[in-house]
Write a protein that binds this ligand. Sequence first.
Ligand SMILES: [Zn+2]
Length: 294
Amino acid sequence: MGFYRCEISFLYHALMPDSLNHLPVHPLWQSPLTIPGGTRQSPINIQWRDSVYDPFLKPLKISYDPTTCLHIWNNGYSFLVEFDDSTDRSIIDGGPLENQYRLKQFHFHWGAMNDWGSEHTVDCKFYPAELHLVHWNAVLYPTFEEAVMEGNGLAVIGVFLKLGACHEGLQTLVDALPAVKHKDTVIEFDVFDPSCLIPSCPDYWTYAGSLTTPPLTESVTWIIKKQPIEVDENQLEAFRMLLFTSDGEEEKRMVDNFRPLQPLMNRTVRSSFQSRHLLNAEVQPKDHAEQMRP
Ligand SMILES: [Zn+2]
């Protein structure tokens, strides 16, 4: 336990800007009892220069049927857009995956402010929000619940949200959010194609990790897209108008619903693309030699 706290606090204090030294921590993560002693926990900081280009990684293939979308559910921690996963109508394959995986749900994590909110970070940089599209391996496992317990059971696509132009695809969803303001509310939300939320750039990082909400099982092949999508301030504010609390309870805004960073341990983050850091490193010896000339 001590190791985890030490490692995480080292990360924040050594590498974060001063203003981010004291990130808010959701009550779910304030007790050390909720930190399991695993070796492949998520989220992590993706250190760009330490990621390893893997030329054998294939492009990720995404095929979603918009009619499999069922409803939106405020579960008291985020809002989940859930899909009919009884057949192979909305699936992904390729990328780092050996099987086809079925879309179960997607949801977001976000901050009270734009300076933080994502779960993963890139070179210790937080984005204001992060989208997770959760899929399960229906080739090897009969149910989602069984897949959650297995090392290759789940595949989650992570997409960073950054502040910019209004995202028209997301707006359809944003318009529906007031109806699920309170915890435990569900509305019908049929016909939505979440591929509109996935950036066109094919580049991604991948690593073996865990769920970032209980049961935190180490069952996830993470596929983190390099390119973020743009959303505007009003869209992020619509997320922040949701509540952690049920109707009748004292209102608590749904913000800062992300898990703190976990140690990388003995893991490698692979990239589907060649790193610009590597290219920079290759030209450095020449620059250095030139500087040494009289
Ligand atoms: Zn998530």
